[in-house]
Structures are given as C-alpha cells and as structure tokens.
Design a binder for this molecule. Structure first.
Ligand SMILES: Nc1ncnc2c1ncn2[C@@H]1O[C@H](COP(=O)(O)OP(=O)(O)OP(=O)(O)O)[C@@H](O)[C@H]1O
Length: 255
C-alpha cells in the first residue's frame, strides 16, 4: 500500500501539489486523471522518490521515502517497475537487452536466466520476433509494448505507468490496456496509471483519483467517478468547459 499524506511541492512560484492525500490500495490498478500540466507526473515521481516533497510524506508499505537516502532508498525502489512517458528505451541496445536491463541492474541472475525471462516477457507482449532488432527500429506502439515488457520483467510489486498509451491509435490503446490487465491478473502487482484516456482507462482501473489544483478532489470507483456530481469531474470527463477551466480544456471544446 502507498499512502500519500499532505504532500506539497512547488517549483519557484508555481505550487504544483497543494496537500495531496491519497491511499493507493495494494494489488489494485489506480488511475490518476486530471488536466494536462496539473502535476500528475510530479506526483508519480514522488512515489518512487525521484522527487522530494517540500512537506508531507509518501509511505510505501509504511516506510517514509523522505527519510531514506542511498542504499535504503534503492531497496524500496526495487519494489517498483516504471513506464515513464516516451518509453525511454535505449536505442543503442537490442529490444532483448532493453528488457533484460532491470534484471542485469537489480538481480544476480545468470545471463541464461536473464535472457530466458526477458524473452518470456517479450512473448507476453507479442514482440518475441523483434527481440534482436535495435529498439530504434520499432514503431511507437512496439516501443510502448517493449517498455511494458521491461517494466514487468523483474516482477515488481508496484508499477507506475505515466501515460502508457498516449499517441497510440485506438486499436493499440486497447491492446496496451489489455496487456496491462492480463499482466495484472497474472502477477497481481499494485499499479498506478496516469492517463488521459477517458473513458477507456476506466476499463482497467479499480479506483480512480482526480487531481485538480494540486489536490485529489475525488477518489472512487470508475462507476462512481462517471456518475459524480462534482462539477470539476463532470467538466473533465465530458470535455466541456467554462470560464474557469484551463486553456487546453477550452481549446478542446472550441471555446
Ligand atoms: N523539474 C521541474 N522543474 C520545474 N517545474 C516542473 C518540473 N517538473 C514539472 N514541473 C511543472 O509542474 C507542472 C506539472 O507538471 P506535470 O508534468 O506533473 O503535469 P502532468 O499533469 O503530468 O501533465 P501532462 O498530463 O501534460 O503530462 C508543470 O507546470 C511543469 O512545468
């Protein structure tokens, strides 16, 4: 379980997180939704200790990340798999080596075992026949799938997905969501998915948290979020706008 308690973060004059409180239940898929530029990625980076809060806490299984440094922080980070924006594959490596990377970094498995596990994950995402290509040769959708295989390869307890399907066509979007769902059923990890894909993300998330103006305005089941009377949520999920919404929302509704 991950508990976020009164988390505050500002960059110069911009208060991005303004007292975030959120409990991310173990073994479930939690979606974080909210306006572009609203701080979702910043929040995700706090969960793995890549950013430190100005105040507040992130507790991972009861351990306060803010108190950890060096090896102790690395140990907690080993529980995590991450799929950050862009996939961030190493173009100078083969697809197989990319997927094997976390195993080489974090385990003492033999090379044979590493290759076997990496290949299994590539098979699971339908990329076994691309294993020996360089990742620069992959299409955008293939890169996302390879990055997913890499995030899963060391059987992490917690996986953070930052917009895993952005820029993909609807068929690929559904195929990535299906892969996450299948992997989740198989491995039972705790997942946090930052997503703009509404309503599609509701098909794979058990709980949904909406971040707005630096706080979580509602955390509930997808059904309850869809039926929410909260005007902020209604505006967000229907894509409508009023004078208080941000520029992106306004553009989307043609205002
Ligand atoms: N390292 C940083 N230094 C300064 N400002 C930052 C830094 N990281 C993020 N920000 C700012 O914090 C705000 C929130 O950014 P963030 O990337 O978390 O938004 P987001 O909700 O993930 O957006 P999107 O949905 O578009 O990816 C933005 O205004 C961004 O410019």
């Amino acid at each position: 379980m991950i508990q976020i308690i009164d988390l505050y973060k500002r960059f110069e004059r911009q208060q991005v997180l303004n007292g975030v409180n959120l409990t991310i239940p173990r073994g479930q898929v939690t979606a974080i939704i909210g306006r572009s530029g609203g701080g979702k990625s910043v929040l995700l980076k706090h969960l793995i200790g890549l950013m430190r809060p100005d105040s507040g806490q992130v507790l991972v299984d009861g351990i306060d990340l803010g108190r950890l440094r060096g090896k102790a922080l690395d140990q907690v980070r080993e529980k995590f798999g991450v799929l950050f924006q862009g996939g961030a594959l190493f173009d100078s490596m083969t697809v197989l080596d990319n997927v094997a990377f976390p195993l080489r970094e974090k385990t003492r498995l033999s090379e044979g075992e590493i290759a076997k596990r990496a290949m299994q994950r590539l098979e699971a995402v339908g990329l076994a026949d691309m294993a020996h290509k360089y990742s620069a040769e992959l299409s955008g959708g293939m890169r996302k799938r390879a990055a997913l295989a890499r995030a899963l390869v060391h059987d992490p307890e917690i996986i953070l997905f930052d917009e895993p399907t952005t820029g993909l066509d609807p068929i690929l979007l559904h195929s990535i969501h299906r892969l996450i769902l299948d992997a989740h059923k198989r491995f039972g990890f705790t997942a946090v998915v930052v997503s703009h894909e509404i309503p599609e993300i509701f098909d794979i998330a058990q709980t949904v948290a909406m971040l707005d103006n630096g706080i979580i305005v509602e955390h509930n089941s997808p059904e309850a979020i869809m039926a929410s009377a909260n005007p902020i949520i209604r505006q967000f999920i229907t894509g409508t706008s009023n004078s208080e919404t941000g520029p992106e929302q306004a553009n989307r509704s043609g205002v």
